[in-house]
Ligand binder design. Structure first.
Ligand SMILES: N[C@@H](CCC(=O)N[C@@H](CS)C(=O)NCC(=O)O)C(=O)O
Length: 302
């Protein structure tokens, strides 16, 4: 509880607050199509917007996703499992174009009622198919299903600590920093400062951890590295938000850069990042049904 003098300070700063915007008593949704590129996608309501079933391929694992960092976590994991020789990890990956609102089809909402990629169905048991959503939950599901792959038992708790850390940390980087620094049409110093500060704090944390350890949770590559690499790793490599210089990455976070470069060299990572991608010059594979689909895809290593 705050002391009377602290309360006075709070009241004073509330009165001194900038007058730019006074929230109404009850917030109402006003579509401002020019405010950013997601303005027409986002709504304050959940649930399907269109009636459409999802496509179904021949493998038990059906992934519905897009090659954003959250989507790439899963395709990297599946490619890593295949690289280990686990043939049961073969999968069909179907592109869900979130800019075109595919995530709001009735079929997609049945797999993920939260309408976000990635989402996966496991039809291994035809009587009892399993739906899995949330990228962290999918990584754990696949690890459990395939003999605790990429979760060394002696470090399991550390792996979970960092996996859950990533799931909580990523929205500050994506929805916070990335949104206000890159996507918002109007650049505002207050949110950019706030989320740059937090993003740099996260990078500093990882830089400290990676000083004496090869990977984030332990000296082995785990699902925590997969999850963190797609966000912080790709940020450090300058692949996200063109923010390498703005965040002073090379000078302040050399251990993160070293770790990110090492992971980027893995063949499974090179393949995983192009799956469900339909843009850019670095390789695209919008839908994936077999390993041979990578033939001729720029950057993807078979
Ligand atoms: N916590 C979720 C976040 C998933 C998420 O935010 N997905 C984004 C793309 S990276 C999405 O589908 N956005 C579409 C929308 O918000 O309508 C996870 O990690 O799976």
């Amino acid at each position: 509880m705050s002391s009377p003098s602290e309360r006075k300070i709070d009241e004073a700063s509330a009165t001194d607050a900038p007058k730019g915007y006074t929230p109404p008593k009850v917030w109402k949704w006003i579509i401002d199509e020019g405010s950013n590129k997601w303005a027409t996608v986002n709504r304050p309501t959940a649930g399907p917007r269109t009636e459409k079933e999802l496509p179904l391929g021949k493998h038990p694992l059906q992934l519905y996703s897009m090659a954003t960092p959250n989507g790439q976590k899963v395709t990297i994991m599946l490619e890593e499992l295949l690289e280990m020789g686990i043939k049961e990890a073969e999968y069909d990956a179907w592109l869900i174009e979130i800019g075109k609102q595919d995530q709001f089809s009735s079929g997609f909402c049945k797999v993920n009622p939260n309408s976000k990629i990635p989402a996966m169905m496991d039809y291994s048991n035809k009587e009892k198919p399993v739906r899995v959503f949330e990228s962290g939950a999918i990584l754990l599901y696949l690890s459990d299903k395939f003999g605790n792959s990429f979760v060394p038992m002696e470090h399991r708790q550390e792996v979970l600590n960092w996996l859950f850390w990533q799931m909580g940390a990523a929205p500050y980087v994506g929805g916070g920093f990335g949104h206000f620094y890159t996507y918002a049409t109007e650049k505002q110093q207050y949110p950019i400062d706030r989320f740059t500060m937090e993003t740099k704090r996260q990078l500093d944390l990882l830089n400290n951890v990676l000083k004496d350890q090869a990977y984030v949770a332990c000296d082995e590559y785990t699902i925590a590295d997969i999850a963190i690499w797609t966000w912080h790793g790709q940020l450090a490599l300058g692949r996200m938000y063109s923010a390498k210089e703005f965040l002073n990455i090379d000078e302040e976070y050399p251990n993160v850069v070293r770790w990110a470069e090492k992971i980027a060299e893995r063949n499974a990572v090179k393949r995983g990042i192009v799956v469900n991608r339909s843009w850019g010059e670095e390789g695209q594979l919008p839908n994936r049904h077999a390993s041979s689909d990578f033939d001729g895809v720029v950057g993807a290593k078979l």
